[in-house]
Design a protein around this ligand. Structure first.
Ligand SMILES: [Zn+2]
Length: 481
């Protein structure tokens, strides 16, 4: 069943991939047909393209025939009325607002949970040019929040999937694809081509880099973040608003920004923040309304409560009165080192190494203990909701934060375990070996140190934790991170 199931799945995946390719071709055919109907000459320039390093390509919405045809002094074009009549009927917005939108170029950095609603709304509302930056591929485990992607694109680049969706929504928008990780050396060239930047990376390293870049190039930056059940939103570097470094000069202050892969996130939370980022973009691009400049909006999903806090700084090295941050400094700046976080939020955190060798066993050694049925107790120190997702059978869960106060419970379990083992014919062993496991092997080391201090001298850490266990000892372990 297992082998046949895998083959069926591979065939289904192939079918889905072929269908996606067919849809992409259909979409391109429709695009060119629509260009013929509108009678635009610049079909080639406006055609959707895949661009990896387009530093020389203009991101200006110059090829948008339908938009440009609106003219300077005239009213709405038939295409504008056809697509955006509900916008035109808004007295605050009207033809002027729509025309400004159609002439704007926006760079969306990140095509994930935040970037999904941002890109879809910006395509739908008719910005002139939409650049999308992302280096990752579509994964099944991310679609719950990255709603621009569909199963047919699993394993394909996110920029390709997101761009196809945007073009399918609105073929008159010029969509640029940048399949890369935005680094200082290319950031200036790419960001320079756009009017407004949206930070949808949900990554603190990129947040500093994009903020510095936008200050240097004088571009408004609409920044959002979403973790767990909370979100944040603000507009940096626009109408006198501060930059990211004004608010967080030191990365350690922003430790609240963590990775979704570590902490989980409810899919609609980045959805809410992403929609609000699209709204701020519309306000900044058109001058309609009051963007979130100098204010930060905080969203609490559990209570459905929004509040805004005003933040202001005086001495900022990037945007302050005496800035020391030049384009040259920017190009040389080591953002990864500065924020001490990995480039990819999905990479595991660096390992601790605080125990002596004799206090640790490899996951293969532990597997031999388990396979031989040797009496022992396995303590899993992950938080309860992680333990409930997947665990090694017959392990005891005491989360690390509760360990010290639950030592009596552990002692009780140790006292009970040998009796069970003796029924299998083994002689009782005292003290019973105690193995400790966590997800990545760091918390378990802390736990073993605590246990040894408290008299549990035979406690051993399973090196590398469940991540190593799944990779080296048990390929069937349900990897959920
Ligand atoms: Zn600043």
């Amino acid at each position: 069943m297992g082998g046949g199931g895998g083959r069926t799945e591979a065939i289904m995946r192939e079918i889905a991939s072929l269908r996606a390719q067919r849809d992409e071709l259909d979409r391109r055919i429709r695009f060119f047909e629509s260009q013929l109907r509108v009678g635009v000459g610049a079909v080639t320039a406006a055609s959707p393209t895949t661009t990896t390093l387009p530093s020389s390509l203009s991101a200006k919405p110059d090829a948008m025939g339908s938009h440009a045809a609106a003219g300077d002094g005239g009213g709405a074009t038939p295409d504008m009325i056809g697509r955006y009549r509900r916008h035109l009927l808004l007295p605050e917005f009207g033809v002027q607002g729509q025309r400004k939108l159609s002439r704007s170029s926006v760079l969306v950095v990140g095509a994930g949970g935040l970037g999904s609603p941002v890109a879809m709304h910006l395509a739908a509302c008719g910005v002139g040019c939409l650049g999308i930056v992302d280096s990752d591929d579509v994964e099944l485990g991310n679609i719950h929040r990255q709603v621009i992607h569909i199963e047919a694109y699993i394993g394909h680049p996110k920029v390709k999937s997101a761009a196809a969706a945007c073009r399918a929504i609105n073929s008159s928008v010029k969509v640029m694809e940048y399949r890369l990780k935005l680094k200082p050396k290319v950031a200036l060239d790419i960001v320079r081509q756009y009017d407004i930047v949206i930070d949808a990376t949900n990554c603190v390293t990129s947040r500093y880099m994009l903020s510095d870049c936008c200050v240097l190039l004088n571009k408004p930056l609409i920044s959002g973040s979403a973790f767990g059940l909370e979100g944040q939103l603000t507009v940096y570097n626009h109408n006198g608003s501060p930059c990211y470094r004004c608010l967080f000069p030191n990365p350690s202050v922003s430790t609240g920004y963590q990775s979704c892969s570590d902490n989980g996130v409810l899919g609609v939370v980045p959805g809410v923040i992403g929609c609000l980022q699209a709204l701020e973009l519309i306000k900044v691009a058109t001058g309609v309304g009051e963007p979130l400049c100098g204010r930060m909006l905080l969203f609490d999903a559990l209570s459905s409560r929004f509040k805004t806090v005003r933040r202001r700084s005086s001495s900022c090295m990037v945007c302050g009165e005496n800035p020391s941050f030049t384009q040259h400094v920017f190009m040389m700046f080591d953002y990864d080192n500065f924020t001490k976080s990995s480039e990819s939020s999905s990479k595991p955190t660096p390992r601790l190494n605080l125990l002596p060798e004799n206090a640790r066993v490899s996951c293969r050694e532990y597997k031999r203990v388990l396979d031989a049925g040797k009496p022992h107790l396995l303590l899993d120190v992950r938080l309860a909701h992680h333990f409930q997702i997947a665990s090694i059978p017959r392990s005891l869960n005491i989360p690390l934060p509760d360990l010290e106060k639950k030592l009596p419970l552990l002692q009780q379990a140790l006292n009970k375990a040998p009796a069970e083992a003796s029924r299998g014919g083994e002689r009782k062993q005292f003290p019973l070996p105690l193995y400790v496991v966590s997800r990545g092997g760091s918390d378990s080391q802390v736990a073993v140190a605590v246990l040894r201090e408290n008299g549990f001298l035979y406690a051993s850490d399973i090196a590398g934790g469940l991540e190593a266990w799944a990779a080296e000892a048990d390929p069937n372990f349900l990897v959920y991170w």
